[in-house]
Design a protein around this ligand. Sequence first.
Ligand code: NDP
Length: 298
Amino acid sequence: MSQAAVIDGKAFAAGLRARVGVAAAAFEAKAGRKAGLAVVLVGDDPASQVYVRNKGKQTVEAGMASFEHKLPADTAQADLIALVERLNADPAVDGILVQLPLPKHLDEQAVVERISPNKDVDGLTPTSTGRLALGLPGLVPCTPLGCLMLLKDRLGDLSGKDAVVIGRSILVGKPMAQLLLAESCTVTIAHSRTQNLADVVRRADIVVAAVGRPEMVKADWIKPGATVIDVGINRVPAAEEGKTRLIGDVDYAGASTVAGAITPVPGGVGPMTIAVLLRNTLVAAHRIAGVALEDQAL
Ligand code: NDP
C-alpha cells in the first residue's frame, strides 16, 4: 500500500511569511511607512482571543504595524460601525479584519459591509465576493486562497482537473469553488443536501473538505492518487483525561493510504490562513499607496 505525500502547510506558510517580510520591508522603504493591519475583537471568546493574539504577533514579525481593538461583548452595533469607519479613514491602516463570529446581538453582515473594499483583507465584503465571481482582481478570503496556493505548489497547472469542494460557506466553500473554477477545474460544490456524497467525492482529482465534521470523509471515498485538502478543525477529546486534540474532516490515517497527497491537521491548511492574511494586507497596502509590488508571485 502506498503512502500519500504530506502537504506541509506549516513549512509553506513559513516561506510565505518570510517573502511577505521581505516585501514589507521594501514597501516601508518606498512608501515611508509600514503596512498596517487592524484587527477588531468584540467580546471574550477564548478561541477568537488566541487567533487575534497570533495575528498581531505574526503581523509584527513580518515587519508590519498591528492595531488591535478589543471591545466589550455588549458593544452596540453603531459603536462597532463607527470604529470600522474610523479605520476605513485611517491612513496607517491598510487591512481591516473584524474577528467573527460576533456576539449574537450584532449584525455581522451589516458590519462587514461597512469595511472599505480596499481594506477588506478577509475578502468578505459584497465587492470582494462579486469581484471574485467576475474574475476581477481583488482581495480573496485567506483560507481558500491558502488552499489554492498549496494545490498549485503540489500539482502545478490545475486546468481540467475534477475538483469537489465539500461545504458552501461564504468563508471557505464558495470562494474555494470560485478559485478552482478560475483555474479551469471542473468544480462540484457538495453540501449537507448532496446525495451520494461518497460517489461524488470518488470522482475527484482534488478534494477540499470544509465541513466541520470530524473524519467524515472516509478512505474509500477517495480516488487513488487524488490530492486531499482538509480545512476542517475539530476539537475532540484526547486519550489523556481532560485533554483535547485537533482533527480534520478527513480520516487522515485511512485517506493517506489512497490519496496521492494530503494535508495533515494540524500543520496543513491552518497555518496558511494567517500567512495569507499578511499577504493580503501587503497587497492592499501597495494598492492603497500606489506602489508596485515587486514580488509578482505573492
Ligand atoms: P460552516 O459551518 O459555515 O459550513 C459547513 C459546510 O459544510 C456547510 O456548507 C454545510 O452544508 C456543509 N455540511 C455540513 N454537514 C455536512 C454533511 N454531512 N455532508 C456534506 N456537507 C455538510 O463552516 P466553515 O466553512 O466556516 O468551516 C468548515 C470547517 O473548516 C470547520 O471545521 C472550521 O473550523 C474549519 N475552518 C478552518 C480554517 C483554517 O484556517 N484552517 C478557517 C475557517 C474554517 P449546508 O450549507 O447545506 O449547511
